[in-house]
Write a protein that binds this ligand. Structure first.
Ligand SMILES: Cc1cc2nc3c(=O)[nH]c(=O)nc-3n(C[C@H](O)[C@H](O)[C@H](O)COP(=O)(O)O)c2cc1C
Length: 217
């Protein structure tokens, strides 16, 4: 079970990166092989349809596409900007959505957010689900939004609140189990001999969502 994990923040001291790093530890303990990336590895210009048409995806978007495709599931910590999805993440999703086959299709995604605010960024997570689901991702129903995140970590980067730490443990363990269970049916490249026929029935239906945004080329 291969997981890609990243926080959609360029900040070196990103609270979202701290949170996703904790989630990675849990996922590794649950047996997942985790690729923890920095969003700066996926730096890319603002989407431009002319550039897309002339030269396709820029290097940062190609790298994100490659890393998504190499994974069965994704842990994504998404900062909330102005009550919604952060622009840099939406831009990255838009670029990667121009690739075919749709890289996100059939991949399980777990969403987290960390914010100094009392809401923890949960409003942004609801907005983040929409483009991901539009791209055919299987977004886990529950999400983890860490409120007052500037004070939530101890010096070792652990959550100070044991109840929250236990909830994160439970959620990530459940996500890893579910992602592992669905990957052979939904995730291209993960089919087994037993699940291939089922995958051929399921994947075209997931693809229908991505027909809403056909590439212009
Ligand atoms: C442009 C901008 C808008 C923001 N809007 C919100 C917001 O609506 N809700 C919220 O909880 N935090 C908001 N914040 C605060 C971020 O949650 C905070 O900066 C957080 O630390 C960003 O994540 P990071 O630490 O991973 O970079 C905003 C920050 C910026 C830069």
């Amino acid at each position: 079970m291969r997981l890609l994990a990243f926080a959609a923040s360029m900040r070196k001291e990103s609270l979202n990166h701290k949170l996703v790093a904790l989630a990675c530890e849990i996922a590794r303990r649950e047996g997942a092989d985790v690729d923890l990336a920095r969003f700066s590895e996926f730096a890319m210009p603002v989407y431009d349809g002319d550039v897309d048409r002339a030269s396709g995806l820029p290097a940062g978007a190609l790298e994100l596409k490659r890393r998504v495709e190499a994974a069965h599931a994704i842990l994504l910590a998404a900062p909330e900007y102005n009550y919604s999805i952060a622009g840099p993440l939406k831009n990255a999703l838009d670029w990667v959505s121009r690739a075919r086959p749709m890289p996100w299709r059939g991949r399980s995604v777990y969403l987290l957010a960390a914010s100094p605010s009392p809401m923890g960024g949960v409003r942004g997570l609801w907005q983040t689900r929409i483009p991901l689901e539009g791209c055919g991702a299987l977004v886990f129903p529950d999400m983890f939004a860490l409120a007052h995140a500037s004070e939530a970590f101890d010096a070792d980067g652990r959550l100070r609140d044991p109840a929250l730490a236990a909830r994160l443990d439970r959620e990530i363990a459940a996500f890893v189990r579910l992602a592992e269970a669905v990957a052979p049916f939904c995730c291209t490249g993960a089919a087994t001999r037993e699940t291939k026929a089922r995958q051929e029935q399921i994947v075209p239906a997931l693809e229908e969502e991505s027909e809403v945004q056909p590439p212009s080329r």
